[in-house]
Ligand binder design. Structure first.
Ligand code: SF4
Length: 177
């Protein structure tokens, strides 16, 4: 039990770190159009790791059913808001920032800049008035690695496959269970 709590605590700490990074960029005046009601990055079908799914599922069950948006992420409600905002997956928390990925891993059309050899990608609604500064650049690969470690610890305790991916659509349906 203690290990499960440790893994969930580690995940919470990782989430807090990503949120703090985003918050610092916003306070610095980074040219971000992100805000309540914008769901431009939610027009996707996502699947998540088991540790992320644990928090999303808890949030879904607590909230109960909602009227879903016509298209896009299963967690998006009809008003274009995330139904599980406080428990949203890690990937959703850095969207909008300039995300740095290793060279050769970003789809060519999505590359908007470079930081050293890293390729940068960001929402086309952002950084229209001024380009990002280096402090705005979010190391997406490092975040992915940190999440993989936390997820591995969580899955080891639960006897789960750390490579399992759980569609958000599957989790959304559990609100009606
Ligand atoms: S989980 Fe929430 S924030 Fe993430 S894509 Fe879905 S609706 Fe958007």
């Amino acid at each position: 039990m203690a290990l499960v709590m440790d893994a969930l605590d580690a995940y919470a700490a990782l989430v807090a770190k990503v949120d703090a990074f985003f918050g610092a960029a916003a306070r610095r005046g980074a040219d971000l159009a992100c805000g309540a009601g914008c769901s431009a990055c939610c027009r996707v079908e996502l699947s998540v790791s088991p540790v992320e799914a644990a928090l999303v599922e808890r949030a879904v069950r607590t909230r109960g059913p909602w009227e879903p948006a016509a298209e896009g992420c299963a967690m998006l409600d009809a008003e274009g808001r995330c139904a599980v905002y406080d428990a949203r997956p890690l990937v959703c928390r850095s969207q909008g920032l300039p995300l740095a990925y290793p060279e050769g891993t970003v789809t060519p059309g999505a590359i908007r800049g470079h930081a050293g050899s890293a390729e940068l990608s960001w929402c086309p609604l952002n950084f229209r008035r001024r380009p990002p500064v280096s402090a705005d650049v979010f190391d997406a690969r490092r975040a992915d690695e940190a999440l993989a470690l936390v997820n591995r610890a969580f899955c080891a305790e639960r006897g789960r496959d750390p490579l399992e991916r759980i569609p958000l659509r599957t989790l959304a349906a559990r609100g009606a269970d």
